[in-house]
Design a protein around this ligand. Structure first.
Ligand code: GLC
Length: 551
């Protein structure tokens, strides 16, 4: 089995993790100093979101130099120290690769603006003439994922495509120069010793030839994403096979224990499980985030359908689960309570495959409300101030103390990268560290049990004990049974016929009674049931925009 197939990976958002130099913004040295928190949690890997030079029009996903380090976060040497410390702690380090677009301040885009229509420099991006008698209309009807048209006009009359903010022009992936440059970027970070890449917007690099209209309903129904002319094009897959070969053949760093396997994880907003599984065929990416699970309502039928459909998707390998990310509303808020978020964590961590945790999830942080004048997310402006965006899940972590900045920085609380709420004292790492009932302790115990009782095959489906219409979920894998009560009254596992010794629960149990919105793990040493019944059912169209986004 490969390390990544059942790995738990911790997403680190560097500007909000820990500040070492007192400027109020988290940085690489701060992350290095606090990496033991992640190792102590029991994670196997860290994925660090962009730390590259950026004008920060989109939280660092607008990159001006893909091989540099942003000055406010540190230096290349700080990055090397972070990598070395991670490896000493037994953690793999995954970095973000953002190939769909650059910053508008990237030298390539500046060159393209200066060079004018028809130039080779413009051919690295998607510049087109407009429609209408004077070219005053965008070249097609594509909408930005952040709202408004996906096109902006430049002074000479041409338009350029941007599926996100206007400060993030999309690259032309049919340009050999772009392809070659990214081979160089991957090689650069592999040479620096990273263990893999999280590939940003992995579903959008290629746009359909001729850039046809997308029609109505864009970004409305995630299950239709793969039908959009700017998403899920066939040419993506040969590219990912090329990158896979690069990862597989790049020399292992000195002293690496063989096999030294590096990974790619797709951020692919493709919700049809069969289409998503194509990104993780054996010679493509290793993992693809399962956003259908993140989006699923706290409802047994929907969760069951999403889980079964994900596990049954043909040829896709192990599933990669997640409940939160820097783009999603925090689970405590999204699911409606801390109890549900804790139960959801035990559900996720009992499923076969790997899981990604997002910083602060292990502390049970709720979504924070950011005052209007502190909002950074471009969604706020692009939506005409109707969508507050994702900043509420990007607030600096509370480490200790009873008031902001909670040990995150030595700067004044009003100078932190996004303001922290006044009532987060009970959420700090220090407050939860030794509390047996805290969310931090729950995550640590869950990860310890996963490690101590590894399930045999991360691609084998679980044995379902519950039926699709039941108001609870119950399944067993390698001696561990997980029961989640989604009903509004207590549920006795003995009455259900579930055997075993409870080893972890997301809330207090009353004998064998599981309260509503609570999950329990039971260990049983009797032999595994023989029949594996997994139903292949349709995934229901999830609510929302496909990212659980706060807008
Ligand atoms: C991905 C990132 C998100 C960013 C977008 C554009 O979805 O996770 O934060 O805004 O790509 O780069």
């Amino acid at each position: 089995m490969s390390w990544w197939q059942d790995a738990v990976c911790y997403e680190l958002y560097p500007r909000a993790f820990a500040d070492s130099d007192g400027d109020g913004t988290g940085d690489l040295a701060g992350a290095t100093a606090r990496l033991d928190h992640i190792a102590g949690l029991g994670a196997d890997a860290v994925w660090i979101t962009p730390f590259y030079p950026s004008p920060l029009a989109d939280g660092g996903y607008d990159i001006a130099d893909h091989t540099g380090v942003a000055a406010d976060l540190g230096s290349p040497q700080d990055f090397d120290e972070l990598t070395a410390r991670a490896h000493r702690l037994g953690l793999k380090l995954i970095v973000d690769l953002v190939p769909n677009h650059t910053s508008d301040q990237h030298p390539w885009f500046q060159e393209a603006l200066a060079a004018g229509p028809g130039s080779a420099a413009r051919d690295r991006y998607l510049f087109r003439p407009g429609r209408g008698p004077a070219g005053e209309l965008p070249p097609n009807d594509w909408q930005s994922a952040f709202g408004g048209p996906a096109w902006t006009r430049v002074p000479d009359g041409q338009w350029y495509c941007h599926l996100h903010a206007a400060e993030q022009p999309d690259l032309n992936w049919r340009s050999p120069e772009v392809r070659q440059a990214f081979t160089g970027i991957l090689t650069h970070w592999l040479d620096r010793g990273v263990d893999g890449f999280r590939v940003d917007v992995a579903h959008a690099l290629f746009k359909a030839e001729g850039l046809p209209d997308a029609g109505p309903g864009q970004h409305r129904d995630p299950l239709r994403n793969h039908l959009m002319p700017y998403y899920d094009q066939e040419e993506l897959h040969p590219l990912y096979r090329e990158w896979r070969t690069l990862l597989d053949t790049h020399p292992a760093p000195p002293g690496a224990v063989a096999p030294h396997e590096r990974v790619m994880v797709a951020e692919s907003a493709v919700f049809d499980p069969t289409r998503l599984a194509r990104y993780t065929r054996p010679d493509e990416m290793h993992q693809a985030f399962n956003f259908a699970f993140l989006e699923a309502a706290w409802e047994p039928g929907e969760l069951r359908r999403v889980i079964d459909a994900s596990l049954c998707a043909p040829g896709g390998g192990a599933v990669t689960w997640l409940l939160s990310s820097h783009d999603a509303v925090r689970p405590v808020t999204r699911l409606g309570s801390a109890a549900r978020a804790r139960a959801a964590a035990l559900l996720m961590l009992a499923l076969p495959g790997s899981a990604y945790l997002y910083q602060g999830e292990e502390l049970g942080l709720p979504q924070a409300r950011i005052p209007d004048d502190r909002i950074l997310d471009p969604l706020w402006e692009r939506s005409g101030h109707t969508e507050r965006g994702r900043d509420g899940s990007r607030v600096p972590l509370p480490w200790s103390g009873d008031r902001a900045p909670y040990g995150f920085t030595t700067a004044d609380p009003d100078r932190t990268w996004l303001p922290q709420p006044d009532d987060w004292a009970p959420h700090t790492v220090a407050a939860q560290e030794h509390d047996p009932h805290s969310t931090l302790t729950l995550y640590r115990e869950a990860l310890r049990l996963r490690r101590d009782h590894p399930a045999s095959d991360p691609t084998a489906p679980p044995h379902w004990h519950s039926a699709p219409g039941d108001p609870y979920l119950a399944f067993r894998r390698s001696g561990l049974t997980c029961v989640v009560n989604l009903a509004d009254r207590p549920l006795s596992w003995t009455t259900l016929g579930v055997t075993g010794r409870p080893v972890l629960a997301s809330g207090p149990l009353d004998g064998d009674a599981i309260p509503p919105d609570t999950a329990v793990w039971l260990l049983d040493t009797t032999p595994e049931p023989q029949s594996l019944e997994v139903q292949s059912l349709e995934v229901q169209s999830p609510e929302g925009d496909g990212h659980g986004r706060a807008h």
